[in-house]
Design a protein around this ligand. Structure first.
Ligand code: PLP
Length: 340
């Protein structure tokens, strides 16, 4: 009898887990930030709402491609995190649902500008500057000079010792591409990328892979968001983080509701949570170092001070437009990636 009871319990659990006996997750979220933060946000939102949700980490360009491909029958409700110019692109392709979040009045000016630029379809949740970092132990061991500028990265001393993301899939790497174009002008940026390409060991699908590889000494230099490098450094890895001398670009990470979301009311509640001090606090609590967009949120203690970094006046409207993004990616594939 005991055996039968135990079997019934297992069968009930199995039925539940296959969806036959339990409601499906009330919300499907694609998450563009670090896996640790994706997991922390899922836990915090479920605890707050009492509803189970599904959260999957993907790189920013991959999320855009999925949402585009599913336009006729969306399976995703919310796109949370990842570089905002890609959200703007989805907005201009009519893939996002406008929504006025509850906390919009508490947003810092850069986030309010971003929201207006998106036509009310996408809200800024954090900001962070781009840069690079090198493994100090490996640099010493190899007796190489310390790079301080973008142009230093083309030194033949670093041949095969740099990793960067692939801008087709990685929002970080698209920010790098757009930053270089804004810093140097397009043709000079592509000459620079061709020289840099000779030193690139590989272009990784995700934007945080290069910095994780540099942290572990698997490569010397990783191009990434500086806050991503801070997280690795806090974990004890010997990274030196560089704000390049020529200046750099930055991201505004965003949250958007997908047009045709199946659970629009839950999606709105998730967006409100993502913009609240409580929701934004899940970043610092999971070791992240972006600057939160809500003026009432606390700043992670080790967040890079973006007001002290020489920054380009990043043109989100241009680099968030489908034409410009597609044109730059085609040029990158033809002139740079094809020769790596
Ligand atoms: N990791 C961090 C810490 C970020 O801030 C972002 C962008 O918002 C990403 C990753 C984006 O990932 P990917 O470059 O793979 O699209």
């Amino acid at each position: 009898m005991r055996g039968i009871t135990a079997f019934s319990a297992v069968a009930a659990l199995w039925l539940a887990s296959t969806g036959t006996g339990m409601a499906a997750p009330s919300l499907t979220v694609l998450c563009g930030v670090d896996e640790m933060w994706c997991a922390a946000m899922k836990t915090a939102y479920e605890a707050k709402s009492g509803h189970e949700i599904s959260v999957t980490r993907k790189s920013t360009g991959d999320i855009l491609n999925q949402i585009r491909a599913e336009k006729a029958a969306p399976t995703v409700d919310v796109w949370w995190g990842g570089t905002g110019d890609t959200h703007l692109q989805a907005g201009s392709e009519n893939l996002l649902e406008p929504y006025q979040p509850a906390h919009e009045r508490d947003m810092l000016p850069w986030a309010q500008n971003f929201f207006a630029m998106s036509g009310g379809r996408s809200a800024g949740i954090y900001a962070g500057a781009l840069g690079f970092a090198y493994n100090a132990d490996l640099l010493r061991e190899l007796k190489l000079p310390a790079p301080t500028c973008w142009k230093d990265l083309t030194d033949t001393a670093y041949r095969g010792r740099i990793q960067s993301g692939n801008p087709n899939s990685s929002g970080t790497a698209f920010t790098t591409l757009a930053t270089l174009v804004q810093l140097f002008g397009e043709d000079e940026a592509f000459r620079y990328l061709a020289a840099l390409n000779r030193n690139i060991e590989r272009y990784t699908p995700s934007g945080s892979a290069p910095i994780k590889a540099a942290a572990r000494g698997e490569t010397l230099i990783g191009i990434s968001f500086m806050h991503d490098a801070v997280t690795q450094k806090q974990a004890g890895f010997p990274l030196v983080i560089v704000a390049p001398c020529e200046g750099t670009g930055y991201e505004i990470g965003a949250v958007s509701i997908v047009k045709g979301a199946r659970n629009i009311e839950e999606a709105k509640r998730f967006v409100d949570f993502a913009l609240s001090p409580e929701g934004q606090g899940t970043g610092a609590a999971s070791g992240q170092n972006q600057v939160p967009s809500n003026a009432k949120s606390s700043l992670p203690l080790a967040a890079p001070d973006i007001s002290m970094i020489k920054m380009v006046d990043y043109d989100f409207a241009t680099f968030g437009s489908p034409e410009e993004r597609n044109r730059l990616l085609r040029r990158f594939d033809a002139e740079i990636a094809a020769t790596n």
